[in-house]
Design a protein around this ligand. Sequence first.
Ligand SMILES: NC(=O)c1ccc[n+]([C@@H]2O[C@H](COP(=O)([O-])OP(=O)(O)OC[C@H]3O[C@@H](n4cnc5c(N)ncnc54)[C@H](O)[C@@H]3O)[C@@H](O)[C@H]2O)c1
Ligand SMILES: N[C@@H](CCC=O)C(=O)O
Length: 547
Amino acid sequence: MTSSSSLGSFNLLPLSNEPFITYGPGSEERDALISALELMKNEAPFQVHPNVNGKDVVGNLTESQAMPWENSVNIAEYSTADQALVKQAIDGALAAKKEWCRTPLHDRAAIFYRAAALLQGPYRYKMMAATMLGQGKNAYQADIDCAAETIDFLKTFPALADQLYKNQPPINAPNVWNRTEVRPLDGFVYAISPFNFTALAANIVLAPLILGNVVIWKPSPGAIYSSWLFNHIMIEAGLPPGVLQFLPGDAVEVTDEVFNSRDMGALHFTGSTAVFKSLMGRIGSKMEFWRSYPRIVGETGGKNFHLLHPTADVRNAALKSVRAAFEYQGQKCSALSRIYVPASIAEKFKAMIVEATEALTMGSTFTDFIGPVISRSAYDRVSGYIKEAESSVDVAVLAGGVFDDSKGFYIRPTVLETKDPLSKFMTEEIFGPVVCIYVYDDADFGPKIFTLIDESTQYALSGAVFAKSRTAIIEATEELRFSAGNFYINDQCTGAMPGQQPFGGSRSSGTNDKAGTAGLLTRFMSQRTIKEGFSTIDNVLYPSNMP
Ligand SMILES: NC(=O)c1ccc[n+]([C@@H]2O[C@H](COP(=O)([O-])OP(=O)(O)OC[C@H]3O[C@@H](n4cnc5c(N)ncnc54)[C@H](O)[C@@H]3O)[C@@H](O)[C@H]2O)c1
Ligand SMILES: N[C@@H](CCC=O)C(=O)O
């Protein structure tokens, strides 16, 4: 990996994964994290303001982000960007762009590496505490997200950008030198991030930034404090003022003002399918308005599946199903939410999944496997599904089914079984700790079950097959080719890591540009071809024009 300057060609850092920290009993890291959590709880609520042109724009603290663990306590209180500030941010970003896109890649990379070092060192525990307290994660879930995956994005995007820079025209005619320049997009990139992964907010802004784009960022109301902290780290790492504009605010109001600018070169979105479809529709409805064709990149919802074959290792499938369905309370876009089990192993599988689910502890910020769901609206939505399941004749509640919001937004991990494979529990994204089982006849493993999995939902994000039979694995892999952008064999359908399992899905799950990859970066670049000629001519005519 190299990057050129006028006086050298530099090797960029190679692709890598940040090691996970275990936070095991008695470890130094555990003590440090516990202290950071205590400190943050004592100091909260933190005041957060929009940050435009490198400065906090102090306003009235009209909004708040509650701690889902204890919803009467706020982790942050914040002011919002009004339309005038959004306009000012766009103008400031466009002004900052000239210098930023002239900044050599290795200098942009150095800012990213510095941010990674800040996150590895002085900000690690603060960011961990912000993600745990603010987004309801336990130590393990926070570490793989706001530490490891975020550092991975910071350290690998420069090398991926460099690969694109190296992609030069392969042919040069005599006395000609052809070159390709990887320009950022015309205008600015509008980035909208979800609450559930601090790393995905990072991915949303870092992918365009590394290529010299400027970014207008609307963070999620469910992750205001960790998003602010990330913005702060980028500024401390040396990101020039105006290059990344941090605009918490009313989603519709901020978006309306952004969509009033002809200079929006791209929308980079991660969140729900319904919101993405509506934004895409709005962009498409005024194509004469835009200066360019805005690129539209969105990673959205899922209804992710595990398919068991009669030869499956039942214990492996059951335990991995529990992890996939209930880690981070099922609030991963990749979370398992429908399971297809053949009748011959169904009783054994159900017994194991119920036992493992009932054993999951809930409530403590640090050690418990299960925490709260993110918000009042998530609690109401998920508990609404559970109430409906309880009153449905086709559905049995095998485990969980209990919820309580007296302190935090707690929902016991819930296992349902339905006799209707097309019921809402098998087809709609619930985005919470609920998984539904459907038992099929062993003889239906084949076209019938593949068609059911493939056609019964609008999504195609992640899925897995569990089988010892190689024939079954081959058949499922072939027949479910378009049912999941991330397909796992004898492994859980969550836990994709940058550089290892590029993540994303198609159909209503997104544009499938794969977070953290060079493929994603290509969406934020607009190449310029440069041809330089070294010979001169002294005649307009070609030989064939000669009499
Ligand atoms: N496929 C993926 O990689 C991936 C990753 C993470 C989350 N997700 C999906 O995200 C969803 C959960 O995240 P969420 O609850 O934050 O999603 P969400 O759609 O409610 O919010 C996402 C972002 O969109 C903003 N938003 C909401 N309404 C808007 C509007 N009308 N105009 C403009 N912006 C608007 C929100 O403020 C937030 O910043 C789930 O559906 C999940 O599957 C997908
Ligand atoms: N890397 C993640 C992506 C989750 C999306 O919310 C996973 O596969 O678990």
